[in-house]
Design a protein around this ligand. Structure first.
Ligand SMILES: *Cc1c(COP(=O)(O)O)cnc(C)c1O
Length: 386
């Protein structure tokens, strides 16, 4: 399916709404019927026909079709957040006593799901260094059900060889789930490599405008139907029709935003990697990354997130550098139009500098849609202050 067709046409029944180019926002909780037979049918196919908005909403349904097509899967489910999507994908495939093998240092709330929330229900997890697929295999127990991937993972952007992990999963009859937020469906389609469930924080690239929180899950129709009838409907973490519409609007520019991200990030990474005040850069598409070849093999191109380590380890200097940046906002999240930094030093109070688990001179960067010269000028003036 052509990318432009998915973005502009797929799922849009314009003849049903006055041929308006932009689809309507169906702000309705429920849908009514002409007769009992229609109502019976809708209830039977509650996962396909609008009955109640916790199940199917027509605005959200447009989005669902586009997201599934972008990830090259049969179907998708849309959630109120990325965490809700990840939680549903994982929980729908586990019971008491089951075990998960997960890449170490995943997104922080994925870590809490696997190591704090699910243990309360008798589920355990082993976190492994995913740079060697054999570590996944070594951690498998008789009770293992899921191999969980996030490639690259947060902060240090280590990759997992997805095809190799899928091969191990198939050999042992296990399910694979991946968080594909970093690459976006434009740069990587893990389902094509055999991954069973692909999740995204749509708050990031899919929406792309820092104005909503949402999540998606992509899989076979059989899997989405199973999740729909369990976690999706019972926990009810759905997106509102308004936010689904905003995300449809955000999606229209996804391919050009990703094109821009690749180009400007490459320029900024080159500037930083050769800067005398930078000790190290963590970016999968920089030749200094130990898995540069794997990155080029399984992702189309780079995106806008990377981490640097400043040469200085002096907290006062690190803070002065961060506070001096003006066009890179100090904020969490990423994937919007605005450039951001999330410094490790912000994660601890000054009382606890000695106990910090992440080196204090690490700064996670996100490059937005601004002109690169404008961003580099800001970096230069901040470097001049340390
Ligand atoms: C933000 C993020 C999440 C969580 O998504 P929310 O939409 O904030 O719930 C999950 N994984 C990654 C990689 C993220 O960056």
């Amino acid at each position: 399916m052509d990318l432009s067709y998915i973005i502009n046409e797929l799922g849009e029944d314009r003849e049903n709404y006055y041929r308006s180019v932009s689809p309507p926002i169906m702000m309705s909780s429920n849908f009514c019927f002409d007769n009992i037979q229609d109502m019976q049918e809708s209830l039977e196919f509650e996962h396909e026909i609008p009955f109640y908005t916790r199940g199917v909403n027509p605005t959200t349904a447009i989005l669902q079709k586009k997201i599934a097509a972008l990830e090259k899967t049969e179907d998708a489910l849309i959630f109120a957040s990325g965490s809700a999507a990840i939680g549903a994908a994982v929980m729908a495939n586990l019971s008491q006593g089951d075990h998960v093998v997960c890449v170490e240092k995943p997104y922080s709330w994925t870590n809490k799901l696997l190591n704090q929330l699910l243990p309360r229900f008798g589920v355990t997890a082993t976190m492994v260094d995913g740079t060697d697929p054999k570590n996944y295999e070594r951690a498998i127990r008789p009770s293992t059900k899921i191999l969980y991937l996030e490639s690259p993972n947060s902060w240090t952007f280590e990759l997992q060889d997805i095809e190799a992990v899928v091969k191990i999963a198939r050999k042992h009859g296990l399910l694979t789930i991946i968080d594909n937020s970093y690459a976006s469906p434009i740069n990587m389609n893990p389902a094509e490599m055999g991954v069973d469930i692909v999740t995204h924080s749509a708050s990031k690239y899919l929406n792309g405008h820092s104005d909503l929180v949402a999540g998606v899950l992509c899989a076979t129709k059989e899997m989405t139907t199973k999740i729909f009838k369990s976690e999706f409907m019972t926990l009810g973490g759905i997106i509102s029709p308004m936010n689904a519409w905003l995300m449809l609007r955000g999606l229209r520019t996804l391919p050009i935003r990703m094109e821009r991200a690749e180009k400007s990030t490459a320029t900024i990474v080159d500037f930083l990697a050769s800067h005398e005040k930078v000790a190290k850069i963590y970016y999968p598409f920089h030749p200094s990354h130990p898995q540069y070849e794997l990155a080029k093999k399984q992702m189309k191109q780079g995106t806008g997130q990377f981490t640097i380590q400043l040469k200085t380890e002096n907290p006062d200097e690190i803070i002065r550098f961060c506070d001096s940046l003006k066009t890179f906002y100090l904020a969490c999240s990423w994937g919007g139009h605005e450039s951001l930094i999330f410094p490790a030093v912000a994660m601890v109070t000054s009382m606890n500098y000695k106990n910090a688990t992440t080196p204090l001179n690490m700064i996670r960067f996100y490059v937005g849609l601004e002109e690169t010269d404008y961003l580099i000028a800001d970096l230069k003036q901040a470097f001049d202050k340390i």
